[in-house]
Design a protein around this ligand. Structure first.
Ligand code: SIN
Length: 288
């Protein structure tokens, strides 16, 4: 018998997110997982309200959706003391050192580790402790971003490739293991090239692939000023034009997203409050 009793679309998310109701993390079978997977592919973002799972349940559930990927932040302050599969996103400290990644700061719109050759397919984020306000997480669909492009932008992105440098992170810090490049032109730095319009390996729907920032991105073959202008228009269309689902966290909530067709961001919060999130990340394919 299926453990999922009902799946409803969250109306104010306009098809960006669906709530999964009735999934039992203590007792599920392969049919239940197949249902979750079906809705994950259909909606891109799923929410499990008040699931309050253990780390072991989190890992066991995530395993059904692919191999684990080590997020770069796990190799720094975001490593879990026991479980190598879990990224800790938190503003907590021990002995003067952070015990989680990202502190209390805002994270602007991005898709996860876009600078990888094979960016992850999925992420599953569990709220262990949340502040009374702030730290909301926002999601949008990059399928919808692509499908609602005006004709001139649709033409402009057709067949284009995008280069992302992978030497510096969004805050301007050198990424782990990278050294200051000799050239001043980021297009000559180490990086990765992906299609600007990617086709989802499972759904075969097309979506816009913008990565995490305009700085350090270049539409291959285009003069840089034109590339910047086009990227600015695409970012505006994607992040300001369409529906966004806002997750206001309760302790125990889980958000599960498909990184191949969504972007997310989060608000900052008062550093006087504690926010601890545990996240798993699962592997994806090279974008096509
Ligand atoms: C992230 O995975 O980008 C962080 C999301 C969050 O902390 O809400």
């Amino acid at each position: 018998m299926l453990n999922i009793k009902k799946v409803s679309v969250v109306q104010d998310g306009n098809n960006v997110c669906a709530d999964i109701v009735g999934f039992d993390f203590n007792a599920y079978d392969k049919d239940d997982i197949a249902e979750v997977r079906k809705y994950w592919l259909q909606y891109g973002v799923l929410r499990f309200k008040n699931a309050a799972i253990t780390d072991e349940q989190h890992i066991a559930f995530s395993r059904h959706f692919g191999e684990f990927v080590i997020h770069p932040k796990q190799l720094q302050e975001g490593g879990h003391p026991v479980h190598k599969e879990i990224l800790v996103i938190a503003n907590t400290m021990k002995d003067g050192k952070p015990t989680g990644a990202m502190g209390n700061s805002e994270a602007t719109w991005h898709t996860d580790t876009w600078f990888y050759e094979k960016p992850p397919a999925g992420a599953i984020l569990h709220a262990v402790e949340v502040p009374p306000e702030g730290g909301d997480t926002y999601f949008l669909s990059t399928y919808l971003a692509y499908e609602t492009l005006p004709d001139d932008l649709l033409k402009a992105v057709d067949g284009r490739q995008i280069f992302f440098q992978r030497v510096y992170d969004k805050t301007g810090k050198l990424r782990l293991g990278k050294s200051v490049p000799r050239s001043e032109d980021f297009r000559e730095w180490e990086g990765v090239v992906h299609p600007l319009v990617r086709t989802h390996a499972d759904t075969e729907r097309k979506s816009l692939y913008l990565g995490g920032t305009i700085e350090g991105a270049w539409i291959v073959g285009m003069p840089l000023n034109e590339s910047n202008e086009l990227l600015a228009r695409l970012w505006k269309h994607t992040t300001e034009g369409g529906p966004v689902f806002v997750q206001k966290w309760d302790r125990g909530d889980i958000m599960m997203w498909d990184n191949r067709c969504t972007m997310h961001r989060r608000d900052s919060f008062d550093p006087g409050f504690t926010r601890i999130m545990h996240r798993t990340t699962t592997s994806g394919e090279r974008p096509i």
